[in-house]
Design a binder for this molecule. Structure first.
Ligand code: HEC
Ligand SMILES: [Cu+2]
Length: 347
């Protein structure tokens, strides 16, 4: 293989990697867009970014120095035409050189340790300011339960938080739990990863300073649909966030026009696994459906939230998300249509 051939083979892969690293959209649709650790917009993510950049800078310096010296030695001391074949001077031990190559690495390691310890202290030791939003996130196979205990809100897969103003800070402090296996909560632009472990309560916080939609995902293999356990974080200006909170706190819509569908829902096993506040449905095994249509995505990012996708999901969950822990209920077509008409009113 000549060099050109090698380049042609590896260039596309290298470009794809660079694009991924830079967080460039892998596809137009934002449900598949990657999110970059190189573009932090939130306090804990800034701290890890700064520490990582310092480590990268120091280690790059070492790599350049070592490889530069190596290249220099190879070129400068290559075999000469007038070489007489005699042995060069043999150097046995030099206190200065040995001291230098012992002390310098120790200093480098100490600096890196201190920087890391400081970053960990800043992130994990952060005090919760009075304006903080409390959220509990519970990892499930394969979706995220999101609760705002102080606000009385329960939702799924899409976390809404206010943008934090330095003058009146409002970071979001999260308690992370798991209902089944280990998961990992990862929002590359907002904070580092934190595991969700059964029978344990972990903590993390984010403090975004720019409104927008930020994507994340489960970062710990947790079963077949691990790759469809996506996270979306909507960072709102304060007034918009308050409007979202007010809407989520409302009772579920009770539209008499879809009473037939509601009857199907309330007389089927759906209610054992799902909650619709103010009805007989109080199950907690699956996502809360009280305001499900206010979400942009269905089943943790596997589909868009729209009536067709909803229809397809309820008719055969396994077809949309193979292995998903919701059974097909074998409803007849009329019941299914009525049920979907009811669900789409749950805004
Ligand atoms: C055995 C428990 C169980 C039953 C019964 C059940 N579901 Fe589910 N449902 C789930 C689970 C678990 C999920 C999450 C699946 C995932 O994302 O991997 C889910 C997801 C959903 C979602 C998507 C919610 C969202 O925000 O993405 C809808 C809608 C839904 N179920 C409706 C229904 C309806 C309607 C019925 C009755 C016909 C029903 N479910 C019966 C467990 C159940
Ligand atoms: Cu997971």
């Amino acid at each position: 293989m000549d060099a050109g051939h090698v380049m042609r083979r590896f260039a596309p892969a290298a470009t794809a990697w660079l694009a991924l690293a830079a967080g460039v959209a892998a596809a137009g649709d934002d449900t598949t867009r990657t999110s970059s650790i190189f573009a932090p917009i939130s306090t804990p993510a800034d701290a890890s970014y700064t520490a990582a950049m310092l480590v990268l800078l120091i280690t790059a310096g070492i790599a350049i120095a070592v490889n530069g010296l190596l290249a220099y030695a190879i070129v400068a001391f290559r075999e000469q035409p007038d070489d007489d074949g005699s042995e060069p001077a043999q150097v046995y031990g030099s206190e200065q050189i040995e001291l230098a190559w012992t002390v310098i690495p120790i200093l480098v390691v100490v600096v890196l340790c201190l920087v890391t310890a400081r970053t960990v202290y800043d992130v994990q030791g952060a005090q919760k300011p009075p304006g903080a939003i409390d959220v509990t996130v519970v990892g499930h196979q394969w979706w995220w339960e999101i609760r705002y205990p102080a606000l009385g809100i329960v939702t799924a897969n899409e976390l809404h938080v206010p943008v934090s103003d330095p003058a009146a800070r409002s970071p979001t402090f999260m308690e992370l739990e798991s209902a089944d296996v280990a998961h990992s909560f990862w929002l590359p632009r907002l904070a580092g990863k934190t595991d969700l472990i059964p029978n344990r309560r972990n903590h993390m916080w984010i403090e975004p300073r720019e409104p927008g939609l930020y994507l994340g995902q489960c970062a710990e293999y947790c079963g077949t649909q691990h790759a469809h356990m996506l996270l979306r974080v909507y960072v709102h200006p304060r007034a918009e966030f308050d409007r979202w909170v007010a809407a989520q706190r409302e009772a579920a819509v009770a539209d008499p026009a879809v009473a037939a569908g509601r009857h199907v829902f309330e007389t089927t096993a759906c209610i054992n696994c799902h909650t619709v506040r103010g009805t007989v449905a109080t199950g907690r095994f699956g996502p809360d459906l009280t305001h499900m249509m206010s979400r942009d995505t269905l089943v943790a990012g596997a589909a868009r939230m729209d009536p067709d996708a909803l229809h397809a999901w309820i008719a055969d969950p396994d077809h949309v998300k193979p292995g998903a822990l919701m059974p097909a209920m074998n409803l007849d077509p009329t019941q299914l249509d009525q049920l979907v008409s009811y669900l789409v009113t749950l805004r």
